[in-house]
Design a protein around this ligand. Structure first.
Ligand SMILES: Nc1nc2c(c(=O)[nH]1)N[C@H]1C(S)=C(S)[C@@H](COP(=O)(O)O)O[C@H]1N2
Ligand SMILES: [Mo]
Length: 522
């Protein structure tokens, strides 16, 4: 296990030099994410929520500890078997590191450096734990370490200690070597973490000055927010805005080097850099973003004020050729996302965004540039760290989540959610504010209704609408009577479509059904 710790520490140090994506736990984790079957992914999101990544890393480290213990036991019996175990570990790490779409050959270096260091530690510790080494290895170990140990332990031993022979344990040397390995693991890992800080784009983000919008968002109407504690605020603060992506480490894309290429079925290819983008007339608009993995009543939705260049204008500049029906966007993390050309060109505020709530995009939300398209789930529209838009057809190319079975066309379903009272709340009888949010981006919310215990539907009061692309708060004053009650909500959008009662899971094109909470009134 100490050898494994050294492997991780030294690998972290090497990754600090070659770049963060070669770190083996990250690499293995990201490959695991890409290979995870959809039901397991939905389970992880449902049960770990936004901690799914920590859960994955903890799981990998736990497996690693068990594997390392087995390798250690093997190594003490037969050192060759232990080294074979390490080689297997190296193979998994290296294969994971180079298999990712954005990998380069140097990404194997951290794994190989880590495993190389671990092999030395394993041989030394196994030797002092009593393993018999082959003649050549024994000679090398005693030559290399004999001198070092004589130096360290000279005073203590005064030349009188028992001379340990081949294959007999040496407790003192084992403990010294073990302490040395632990120190090496910690020092290398700590230094690696410091070096990895070099790849952060936090300081270049702090220097970005966003221009004023050419088209400013209208002020949010006065009545857009009720004062009800526990109710979702109209704008989601960045700190609580949901984050969904396949990355264990956030892509660090410097605005100085960022470019966006528009190619494929276009009249002429186009490439712009970040300065070009900031010189374009920018539009500011409020859009509610929703993830397809959002369960009924779930929290994978957020509302922000976005600033960006209209995508329709960019596509017109490149000239979309007849027959192209898909924009396949590619991101710095290797993600691919397919968006209908029609959705981008139909007049909605589809943006290549650079700003979120008055600031440059947070790194977790796509800095320096991302797509935001009202009305489409994130996996078919909201490409973060976007670097390329390829005009193509749905018949010819499938994006990341479509390859995994999700629908190619995924407009956001009309949804409503009860925020208060909380599920299983205990309430005093009398007036209770039942409240939440409802959304139907690009269509707008027309009405929200609440039912108690499956009884008649009551019209809720709607907060003022900011626009058709954002969610809308609603509230219904309930005269609560003693007992156990079930509250249900449903919304109707402005096209007249009411949320269906039928429950559907998020896979393959978004959850449906009515949110409900059960409360006790006393
Ligand atoms: N590059 C990249 N962009 C991405 C993703 C991703 O994994 N990688 N996930 C998508 C999904 S599934 C959603 S729901 C939205 C979430 O955006 P947010 O994290 O800013 O809320 O980003 C989309 N854009
Ligand atoms: Mo998503």
């Amino acid at each position: 296990m100490l050898a494994a710790a050294v492997a991780l520490g030294v690998a972290e140090l090497a990754a600090g030099i070659t770049g963060p994506q070669g770190a083996p736990v990250t690499a293995v984790g990201e490959v695991a994410i890409n290979l995870t079957p959809i039901p397991v992914k939905e389970f992880a999101i449902a049960h770990f929520g936004s901690h799914d990544k920590q859960a994955l890393v903890a799981g990998i480290v736990m497996l690693l500890v068990v594997f390392a213990a087995l390798v250690g036991i093997l190594a003490v019996r037969r050192i060759a078997a232990g080294l074979a175990g390490l080689a297997a570990f190296a193979a998994v790490g290296a294969a994971a590191a180079v298999s990712r779409p954005t990998a380069t050959a140097v990404d194997v270096v951290p794994t190989l450096a880590g495993v190389g260091a671990a092999a030395v530690i394993l041989v030394v510790l196994a030797r002092y734990a009593g393993a018999a080494l082959p003649q050549s290895l024994e000679a090398a170990v005693s030559r290399a370490l004999g001198a070092a140990f004589r130096l360290i332990t000279a005073r203590a031993r005064q030349g009188t200690g028992p001379v340990t022979g081949r294959g007999s344990p040496d407790r003192r040397r084992f403990l010294i070597a073990a302490a040395g390995a632990a120190a090496l693991a910690g020092a290398a890992g700590g230094l690696g973490d410091r070096l990895l800080g070099r790849f952060s784009v936090a300081s270049s983000r702090a220097q970005v000055r966003l221009p004023a919008p050419a088209v400013a968002a209208p002020a949010v109407p006065a009545g857009a927010e009720f004062r009800i504690s526990g109710l979702t605020p109209f704008f989601t603060p960045d700190s609580s805005f949901y984050r969904v992506d396949t990355d264990l480490i956030l892509p660090q894309v410097a605005p100085q080097t960022w470019t966006l290429r528009i190619d494929g079925m276009v009249g002429r290819e186009l490439e712009i850099d970040f300065a070009d983008l900031l010189r374009m007339p920018l539009t500011e608009t409020d859009i509610t973003l929703v993830c397809v993995s959002n369960e009924v009543g779930g929290s994978y939705a957020g509302n922000a004020r976005w600033l960006g260049a209209p995508l329709a204008g960019l596509l017109r500049r490149a000239g979309v050729r007849a027959g192209a029906d898909q924009v396949l966007s590619t991101a710095a993390d290797g993600m691919t996302i397919s968006t209908p050309v029609a959705a981008i060109m139909d007049g909605r505020d589809a943006l290549l965004a650079v700003g979120m709530n008055g600031q440059p995009l947070p790194v977790a939300h796509g800095f320096p540039a991302r797509m935001v398209v009202p009305g489409l789930y994130g996996y078919v529209s909201a490409t973060k760290w976007v670097t390329r838009l390829t005009l193509t057809t749905f018949a010819r190319q499938r994006a990341y989540w479509t390859q995994r079975g999700y629908a190619a066309q995924a407009p956001i379903k009309t949804e409503s959610r009860i925020d208060v009272p909380r599920p299983l709340a205990q309430l005093p009888a009398g007036r209770v504010a039942v409240a939440g949010v409802a959304w139907a981006p690009t269509r707008g919310i027309a009405s929200v209704e609440v039912s108690v215990d499956g009884g008649p539907w009551h019209a809720a009061r709607l907060a003022a609408a900011d626009g058709i692309d954002t969610w809308r708060q609603w509230m219904w004053p309930w005269d609560a009577t003693a007992g156990l009650h079930r509250l249900q909500v449903r919304a109707t959008d402005r096209t007249g479509v009411t949320q269906p009662a039928r429950r559907a899971p998020p896979f393959p094109d978004g959850a449906s059904g009515w949110d409900s909470v059960v409360v006790t009134v006393t």
